[in-house]
Structure formats: C-alpha cells, structure tokens
Design a protein around this ligand. Structure first.
Ligand code: ZN
Length: 232
C-alpha cells in the first residue's frame, strides 16, 4: 500500500475544499450518479461525515457507535437532506466536515489504533478513517458535475484509489484487464476468464473507469473498454 496516514488526512482536507466549492452549484440539478441530484450527493457526503464521526467517537471512547442505525435510515437521511433549502444543506456539509476534522484531531496515537467496524462490516483501525473520508469527498466532488474532474485530484490519491479498486475487483468476477497509466507508468492487472484486454490512459481516466464513472477509454483495437460491474 503506497498511501500513508498523513497523505489520507491531507487528501480528506483537499477533497472537502473541492467538494464544498463545487457544492455551491444548484442542488436541484442532476449529478452524474443515476437518480441522484447534486443535493442527494451533498446530503450523502454530509451524512457520511456524521457517520464517520460515530466511528471516531467509538475509537475515542470504546463505546460501540456504528456509522448508521440501519441501511434504511441511511437512505432516508439522504432523501430528507436532498430536500433541505440550499443554504441549510450547504451548512450541514460544512459543519459536519468541520466536526469530523476536529474530532479526528483530538485522537491520540493510541486511540487512532483502536478497531472500529465500517458500514460494510469490515473491522479496521481508526487510522483508516481519513482514507475512507478522502475517498468520499474526492470522488463525490467529481460526481457533482460542477467543474471538478478526476484530473483535479492529487496523483497520489488517484494511484491509491486505483490500487484499492483493483484489489477489490480482483477478488470478484470480471474481465481480465491489463491497465497501464500513461502519465505515471503504473500497471495494474485484473484476472479474468479470457485473455487480458489492454487498456491504456492517464491515471485520471483509469480511475474514472475503475470506479464505474463516465470515461472515454478504449482498447488497443479502438473498442470501448470492457464494462465493469459496480465497484462497491
Ligand atoms: Zn459515497
């Protein structure tokens, strides 16, 4: 794993700034995510900060406080949040990000190592929380479709995300792929039932492809890159 804890904290702050800037756009307009307006995306990211705050609380106190009460409650919160007046929604995004940041800043080295359980049921040390947050703010800043693209995100973040998504996809079914980043020279391989298809492009485009976002990558023969299933 090439990312460090400090990287993740920096990316989380940077992604928060990008997303907060892009969230000034009209919340009623569709985002790039199917069925979601920008308002849904912003509400989801704000709720995510509160949910990760629950895990920071868990790490700080040892009291088991899960991210969300239930998947149903999580969805309902997004739907409610998306309908808030624009100023209230923006305030929730800003304040929740600030609360999470200050709660994380209050953890000492020992508390950072405390195990917590994510919404997917994975047990991770609290040191993984800044990475989870950076993924949310950086990728959803792009999903808002309000001027931020993957090319605006730090190269180290994109590489770390590609590495993680490739590892996750390698564990499931999917087309065999040989991915090469033209800007960094990084290469990733995904196993598949047939001969691997070569897909080459800038890391930003490979990240969009791997995370299931719109992309323009093609194979060597000029065909569209093979379709991938959902990432998470
Ligand atoms: Zn998300």
């Amino acid at each position: 794993m090439s990312r460090t804890f400090e990287d993740a904290r920096r990316w989380a702050s940077l992604g928060t700034r990008l997303l907060t800037g892009a969230a000034d756009a009209d919340p009623g307009v569709p985002s790039t995510l199917p069925g979601w307006t920008r308002g849904h995306v912003v509400a989801h990211v704000a709720a995510n900060a509160d949910a990760l705050g629950n895990l920071v609380h868990w790490a700080a106190t040892g009291e088991e406080t899960p991210m969300y009460a239930s998947p149903k409650e999580r969805t309902a919160g997004i739907e409610r949040g998306a309908l808030l007046p624009a100023a209230e929604l923006r305030a929730w995004l800003r304040d929740s990000a600030r609360r999470l940041e200050s709660a994380m800043s209050a953890l000492d080295a020992q508390r950072w190592r405390a195990p917590v359980v994510t919404a997917q049921g994975r047990t991770v040390p609290a040191t993984e929380l800044p990475w989870m947050r950076s993924r949310e703010v950086c990728v959803h800043a792009v999903d808002l479709d309000a001027g931020v693209s993957f090319a605006d995100l730090p190269a180290g973040f994109l590489a770390a995300l590609c590495e993680e998504v490739v590892a996750r996809r390698a564990a499931g079914p999917g087309p065999g792929l040989l991915l090469t980043a033209t800007d960094s020279g990084a290469r990733w391989e995904l196993p598949g039932p047939h001969e691997a298809v070569e897909v080459t492009g800038p890391t930003a485009d490979l990240t969009a492809y791997l995370t299931g976002r719109a992309h323009t990558l093609t194979t060597r023969r000029g065909d569209p890159a093979p379709a991938l299933g959902p990432w998470l």
